[in-house]
Ligand binder design. Structure first.
Ligand SMILES: Cc1ncc(COP(=O)(O)O)c(C=O)c1O
Length: 359
C-alpha cells in the first residue's frame, strides 16, 4: 500500500468546537462542514459532533442531504440557499434552514408549495459584495416574507470580508450595517465566522458559524493555531521511499530547477500534487522527517516530492514524513506556498486514505 495517509483526530475537532462555544457563552454554533468538512470527511466529522454541535452548515442541497442522513434532528443551514425553484420542496422535506440572498430566491420560495415551512435566513450584503441583499432590499423582503406560509423563523445573516484583519475598518462598517437592521423583527441573527468568533465579540449574535477553527488551522496571518488554542485535526503523513547522494551541480526533479550547491543527500517522499500537496510550493517549504524540519527542493511531482536530507544524515528509506499536521502547522506550509490552510485541507484528494482516531 502506498505510504500516504491523512490521519484525522476527531477529538481535536470536538475540542475546537468547544473552544468556539467558549468564546461566546450562551450562543449556538453551526459547525461548518461544507466541502467534505474542509477535506476531513463529513461523515466522520458529523458523527463526532453528534450530540455536541447545535447545527451544521453546508454549501448545497447534496451536502445537506448527506448531513441529514447522519443526523435526523440537527439544524442544517444551506449557506448559499437553493440554486433552483424545485429545490425548496426538497429543502423542506429535509427540514433545512435556507439562506435567501437575492430576489429570485425570495420569489421562488414564495411561489413554492412546501410540505412544511422553512427557517429562512435573509442574507445582508454588508460590504463583501459577494452574496446578499442591500439593506433597503432586505427591509422590503422582510415585509413580504414575515408571516408568509412558507416561512417558519425569519432570521438575519451576513458574512465578513476581512474578519481576519484585526482592526480593519471594513469590520466596523459591516457590523454597523448589520446592527442597523436590528429594528426589524428577526428570530435569530448570525454573523461570525472563525475569525470573528475569536476576535470580535460584538459580532457573536445568536448563532456562530465556525469553519476553519474546527479543523485546527488559523484564519489569521499573524496568529497561529496554537496561540488560538485550537488543535490541528489532520496530519498528512508519507514516507521516504528513496534516498540518494547528489554531487555539486547535479539537479533534482522536473525541469532540473534545483541544483545542488553542496554535496547533498536527497530524499524522495510519497506525496505529490495529485494528493493535494501544492505543486507551486517552492524550494525551502518545510517538511518534517524524523521529527526534524527539512526543506523541500525542486518541483513537486504528481506522486512524489523531494527533500534535502543533508543535515539529517541518519534519515533513511522508510522514515515517516509529515507534510503538515501535529508537528508542522498546515498554515506554515500554506504560507510558504502562497495560499491558505483552507485550500490545502479541502484539496486533499480522494486517493489519500483518511484514518480516524478519537484521542
Ligand atoms: C457564509 C459563511 N459562513 C461561515 C464560514 C466559515 O468560515 P471560516 O472557515 O473562516 O470559519 C464560511 C466559509 O467560507 C462561509 O462562507
Amino acid at each position: 500500500m502506498r505510504p500516504l495517509v491523512a490521519s484525522i483526530d476527531l477529538s481535536a475537532i470536538t475540542h475546537n468546537y468547544a473552544v468556539a462555544k467558549r468564546c461566546a457563552p450562551g450562543r449556538q454554533a453551526f459547525a461548518v462542514v461544507k466541502a467534505n468538512a474542509y477535506g476531513h470527511g463529513v461523515r466522520e466529522v458529523v458523527t463526532a459532533l453528534h450530540g455536541i454541535a447545535d447545527g451544521f452548515a453546508v454549501a448545497c442541497l447534496e451536502e445537506a442531504a448527506e448531513v441529514r442522513a447522519l443526523h435526523g434532528e440537527a439544524r442544517i443551514l444551506l449557506l448559499e440557499g437553493c440554486f433552483a425553484a424545485d429545490e425548496y420542496q426538497f429543502a423542506a422535506q429535509l427540514g433545512l434552514d435556507v439562506v435567501l440572498h437575492n430576489a429570485l430566491q425570495a420569489q421562488q420560495l414564495l411561489a413554492a408549495t412546501l410540505s412544511r415551512p422553512l427557517n429562512v435566513w435573509l442574507k445582508l450584503d454588508s460590504g463583501m459584495h459577494r452574496l446578499g441583499f442591500s439593506a433597503a432590499a432586505l427591509r422590503e423582503w422582510h415585509g413580504h416574507l414575515h408571516g408568509a406560509v412558507q416561512v417558519a423563523e425569519l432570521n438575519l445573516l451576513s458574512h465578513f470580508a476581512c474578519a481576519d484583519e484585526r482592526g480593519s475598518e471594513t469590520i466596523e462598517l459591516q457590523l454597523e450595517q448589520f446592527l442597523e437592521l436590528l429594528d426589524l423583527d428577526f428570530a435569530q441573527r448570525s454573523l461570525a465566522n472563525s475569525a470573528a468568533i475569536l476576535t470580535i465579540p460584538a459580532a457573536h449574535m445568536d448563532w456562530l458559524r465556525p469553519g476553519i477553527m474546527l479543523y485546527g488551522a488559523t484564519p489569521f496571518a499573524d496568529l497561529t493555531a496554537a496561540e488560538l488554542s485550537v488543535r490541528p485535526a489532520m496530519s498528512l503523513t508519507a514516507q521516504l521511499i528513496a534516498c540518494r547522494d547528489v554531487a555539486v551541480g547535479e539537479a533534482v526533479g522536473y525541469g532540473a530547477s534545483w541544483c545542488a550547491e553542496r554535496q547533498s543527500r536527497i530524499g524522495t517522499v510519497s506525496c505529490g500534487y495529485a494528493d493535494g500537496y501544492p505543486r507551486h510550493a517552492p524550494t525551502g517549504t518545510p517538511v518534517i522527517v524524523r521529527g526534524q524540519r527539512v526543506a523541500l527542493v525542486g518541483r513537486v511531482s504528481m506522486d512524489m516530492l523531494s527533500v534535502d536530507l543533508t543535515d539529517l544524515p541518519d534519515a533513511a528509506e522508510g522514515d515517516v514524513v509529515e507534510l503538515w499536521g501535529a508537528q508542522l502547522p498546515v498554515d506554515e506550509v500554506a504560507q510558504a506556498a502562497g495560499t491558505i490552510g483552507y485550500e490545502l485541507l479541502s484539496k486533499v484528494t480522494a486517493r489519500v486514505p483518511r484514518r480516524y482516531r478519537n484521542s
